[in-house]
Structures are given as structure tokens and as C-alpha cells.
Design a protein around this ligand. Structure first.
Ligand SMILES: C[S@@+](CC[C@H](N)C(=O)[O-])C[C@H]1O[C@@H](n2cnc3c(N)ncnc32)[C@H](O)[C@@H]1O
Length: 443
């Protein structure tokens, strides 16, 4: 029979990204080593058991069977994973097969929490890296029955959640689990519409004791950035700010800083940006983005302009194609009097950081867009018109203000742009953030 369990599609479907055991030893074990006998250690989405089974290595050989029965419960939805774990504990830790089968089971735990566990006589400690799958992807693929099934998870009070990992967190909250370690996308604290709802329901009940934000690639098959979050249930519901030390790990360098999540800012990390903008508003300039091809074609005339085509990147030359157009006086004036473009994504090198740049330096008059992509070079238009001198000054001030805020927040208000092997973590600056930042500049 064909074994599908490591195909790419299967990995996506089951959100199967197994955590390297080393992550357990480096980051999780030091936090739990003094309380191994105080809890039942569970992983409801256990894969090959990499986050829990290494605990057994720390238990003296003659105590392992006892410890396993009393302190370990593992589940997965895939037969292959369950078999793998059973096999492993039997072979590597000498656990009798019938005992292994009793405590390592196949179950759909996203559907509902295995309530039987709550009847045991020790508290549960959930260490997991649950499946991740964004609702947008599920909806897009709902014509395939297997994905359609996933929509059922987003019912029963879970309608507004946006990802499978959030269903897992929500289920733990409802089951009143007091201690959890979750390895989940850092989008959990940095995301906007993709994670506002889960933060809103979760943080009145849980605090974060600490977190590791891993900016290196840790899974074989995905470059998604993840964090290891140590959650603890609060004694009572509260809307106070959540404050925790977060250690960022990037290429074996680490820095620790305090992150504060405030209810007024939807518990989003990096709210210093929003606070700064709110407190420093200085102008009411209207800003629009993109010179669309339609506009150029609808304003034909006799004035020659050379435009960089943002949709035509020539890989072999390593540059965008330049095209010649003839436009009327009105559009000519508009193009020539707006000389700035925004780079929304860091290139990864020091002189290619997100920010405002001069179009003249590209050797063209403007930037034409056939199909808008937020990560392409984008021309900016000001209304009312700004003199060239003022635009140059605005560019300098914008870039230094952006760098100041990046330094202050370690670029947290920006979105991490995939894992990449560059000098620093590449970030994306949203166009609404560009507008907000410009509104703080003196003209
Ligand atoms: C991201 S992997 C992580 C596995 C393991 N926790 C680790 O860190 O190595 C998620 C696992 O959840 C399992 N899974 C997916 N949906 C599930 C469900 N509804 N119930 C239980 N397990 C599920 C997948 O088969 C996969 O092995």
C-alpha cells in the first residue's frame, strides 16, 4: 500500500511540521526539569512525540514504565504517527506494548478536547506544536472534501478564529488548562486581522511567562517564523497589560527584551508604533499609491516619459524593465512632480532597507504598475502637491524616523517577511503604516 505520510500535500493537510528534539532540550526542558513528577505531560498533536518523549530520557531506567503510565499522554490524528510513537516507546524505553497503546492514541483533538484527561489525579501540562493552517487556505480549498471538513472546527464559538493553531489554544482555554507551552507562528502576537480575535479571547485568561522568538528556520519544510510561548492561566480574569521577556534567536545570537501587549491595542506586539503615530500627528497630507497602467493609457499625449515597470522584473539583468510612454500635460506634471517611491520590503542588505527612495536615482521619471503588489516598488503621490525640496526633506525625515522606531521596537511593528538567509531579519512595512508615519512629519 502507498504510504502517503510524508508527501508535501499531507504535510500541509495535517499541518505536519515536526519539531527537532533539540528545541525541546534547549528551550523547554530547562523550564520544566524541576517539576517532572508534578504533572501529566500531554501533547494533543504529538506527531512523533518529539516534545514529550525526551522527558523519559531524564527518568531513571527502572522508573520509566511507572512514570510513563502516570505522567505521559500522547495523541495524533494520523495512524502512522501513533504507530511510530508506540514503536518508539516500546523499542527505546522498554515500555510494554499494551501500556504504550493505552496512553498513545489516535484522536481528533481539534474537534474537541479529550475531557477524560481532566479526571486524572494530576494537573495537565500541555506542550505542543499544533497544526497550523490559515482559514483563508481552508476556504479556498473547500471544494476538496477533506478541507471542507476543517470548516467544522470553526463552529461552536470558534467562528471568528483564523487558523488551526488558534482552535487548539481555544480548546485548551475552554478545558481550563493551567500550563501550556505552545510552538506557534509569531503572527500570534504580531498579526492583525489574522490573530486579533484569538488574542482578544485568550489574554483575559492567560499570561505569558516568557517566550523565545525563533527567527532561524527550524522546520524542514516551512520557513514560517515561530515562537515558543510559555502560557500560564491567570488566577482570575483581567484585562491588564501582558508583559513578558522575549528572547529573539537569530543565527545563534540572542537578545532579550520585554514585550508589552495592551488591550487598547488588541494585545498586539509593537504597539509603540501606533502610540507614536497617535501622539505625533503633524499634517493632513493626502497620499495615494501606484501609477496604474490604465491611467497612463487613458492620458496619452505628446510628453515622453520613461517608466519603470514594477511588474516586469528581469531576473537575468537583476533590474526592472524601463518603458517609454507619451502622456498628456496633466499626467506629465503629476508624474514629474512626485519624485518618491516606497520600498515596502527590506532587501536584506544594509542599503536596501524599507523606506522612501528617490525615483530619479532609478534613472526613470516614474513607476508604472500593471497589477498592484504591495511588495513591488510603488510610486507615491501627494495632494496637495509638495515641492521637490520638501519631498527630499520628507524622504530623509521619514527614513530616519522609521529607523528610530525600528531600533526602539526591534522592528516589531513590521511584518516578518519569511525566513531568509540575510544579514538581518527582513521586514515588510504596510502601506497604511507609510501613511501614518508620513502624517507625523513636519512639512
Ligand atoms: C506541527 S505537527 C507537530 C507534531 C509535534 N507536536 C512536534 O512538535 O513534533 C502537528 C501534528 O498534529 C497532528 N494533527 C493534525 N490535526 C490533528 C487533530 N485534529 N487532532 C490531533 N492531531 C492532529 C498532525 O498529524 C501532526 O503530526
Amino acid at each position: 500500500m502507498l504510504n502517503t505520510y510524508s508527501t508535501k500535500e499531507n504535510k500541509r493537510y495535517y499541518g505536519e511540521h515536526l519539531t527537532p528534539v533539540d528545541i525541546f532540550h534547549r528551550f523547554i526542558y530547562p523550564e520544566i526539569k524541576d517539576k517532572l513528577y508534578n504533572y501529566i505531560w500531554i501533547d494533543l498533536y504529538a506527531g512523533k512525540g518529539n516534545l514529550i518523549l525526551p522527558i523519559l530520557e531524564k527518568i531513571p531506567v527502572n522508573e520509566r514504565i511507572n512514570f510513563f503510565q502516570k505522567h505521559i499522554r500522547l495523541f495524533d490524528i494520523q495512524d502512522e504517527m501513533v504507530k511510530h510513537m508506540i514503536n518508539k516507546v516500546v523499542k527505546e524505553y522498554n515500555i510494554p506494548l499494551h501500556i504504550a497503546k493505552k496512553f498513545i492514541q489516535k484522536r481528533d483533538n481539534l474537534k474537541n478536547f479529550p475531557l477524560n484527561l481532566l479526571k486524572e489525579n494530576l494537573p495537565l501540562f500541555h506542550i505542543t506544536n499544533p497544526p497550523y493552517l490559515y482559514i483563508g487556505y481552508i476556504k479556498k480549498h473547500q471544494t476538496e472534501n477533506k478541507y471542507k471538513k476543517y470548516l467544522d472546527y470553526f463552529t461552536n464559538g470558534r467562528e471568528k478564529l483564523q487558523d488551526l493553531y488558534q482552535i487548539a489554544l481555544f480548546n485548551d482555554l475552554k478545558a481550563n488548562i493551567k500550563n501550556m507551552v505552545y510552538i506557534i507562528p509569531t503572527n500570534f502576537i504580531y498579526g492583525k486581522s489574522g490573530s486579533n480575535e484569538i488574542r482578544k479571547v485568550f489574554f483575559p485568561y492567560y499570561s505569558i511567562k516568557k517566550a523565545y522568538l525563533i527567527e532561524d528556520k527550524i522546520f524542514e519544510s516551512t520557513g514560517i517564523n515561530v515562537g515558543i510561548f510559555f502560557f500560564q492561566k491567570k488566577k482570575q480574569i483581567s484585562y491588564n497589560a501582558i508583559e513578558f521577556p522575549a528572547t529573539k534567536i537569530y543565527k545563534n545570537r540572542s537578545i532579550t527584551k520585554i514585550i508589552t501587549l495592551k488591550k487598547d491595542y488588541n494585545y498586539i506586539a509593537g504597539n509603540e508604533f501606533e502610540e507614536y503615530v497617535r501622539n505625533h500627528k503633524k499634517n493632513n497630507l493626502n497620499i495615494s499609491f501606484y501609477l496604474m497602467k490604465d491611467e497612463v493609457l487613458n492620458n496619452k499625449g505628446n510628453n515622453k516619459v520613461i517608466l519603470l515597470n514594477a511588474n516586469k522584473y528581469n531576473k537575468s539583468k537583476g533590474e526592472y524593465e524601463k518603458e517609454i510612454y507619451y502622456v498628456n500635460d496633466h499626467l506629465y506634471k503629476k508624474i514629474k512632480s512626485n519624485i518618491l517611491w516606497i520600498r515596502t520590503v527590506d532587501t536584506g542588505s544594509c542599503n536596501g532597507r524599507a523606506g522612501l527612495y528617490s525615483i530619479t536615482d532609478l534613472g526613470v521619471d516614474g513607476i508604472i504598475t500593471e497589477k498592484p503588489y504591495r511588495t513591488h516598488p510603488i510610486q507615491i503621490f501627494f495632494d496637495p502637491e509638495l515641492s521637490i525640496e520638501k519631498q527630499i526633506k520628507l524622504k530623509e525625515e521619514f527614513n530616519s524616523c522609521l529607523e528610530y522606531l525600528r531600533e526602539l521596537t526591534d522592528s516589531e511593528f513590521m511584518t516578518t517577511y519569511k525566513y531568509s538567509n540575510s544579514e538581518y531579519t527582513r521586514k515588510y512595512l504596510g502601506l497604511s503604516q507609510v501613511k501614518k508615519l508620513i502624517s507625523t512629519l513636519e512639512l
